[in-house]
Design a protein. Sequence first.
Length: 252
Amino acid sequence: MESKNKIRIVILAAGKGTRMKSEMPKVLVKLNGKPMIRHLLDSVHKSNIDEKPIIVVGYKKEEIMKELGDKYQYVVQEEQLGTGHAVMSAESILLNNTDNIMVLPSDHPFISPETIKKLSEKHLESGAKITMATTKLPDFEGWRSAFYTSFSRIVRDENSKIIKDVQFRDTNEEEKKITEVNPIYFCFEAKWLWKKLKTLKTDNDQKQYYLTDVIKIAMEENQKIESINIDAHEALAANSQEELEILEKLIV
């Protein structure tokens, strides 16, 4: 029997990325001369958390698999029904094979190996059902404007406990003003996650299964949710050509 890894990494790379206005899969769009997903994979490799991370592919999956080769495990999300559905696609590989699952989006190229390790360590030490990275911004001005419509907001109670994650399109006017945002870097306790993914609903304006909805489930169950704060630079994503241009200017 295969020995369990403490944490396996799942990378979400199935989307088309329609806002990028390119027929190429978004993850293969080049940033500083290298496919965006390779920046992330370099950090994953240097973190030494998972020797063979799982990549969830969908749109033009053959192109992605050809580009990346056989260093990774691949699962196919046949229909792009949201981030929660994408992680569900990996259940066949990971069920009973790991105690914890880290989920990273493929279009966030600036996350560092140190942040991946910090997220992992915080999760293993805390015993939380969910550990997540968040970014606290001073404002949405300048290059930080890229966060305004693309990132969900983190809502905390008076004791700084995370109680909700709200997709921008589902926010009210007060929630739009919140400057703590979610780049979707998560660690989950695996057994709990598989059960809760099956309960997700599509009662949102995109009619998709949002991975972030498990935060609400954890809160309702009074489960432990932990977080680490990361630099805004590491949270940036490229969802459009305009955002890609911002990343090109900021790359170090």
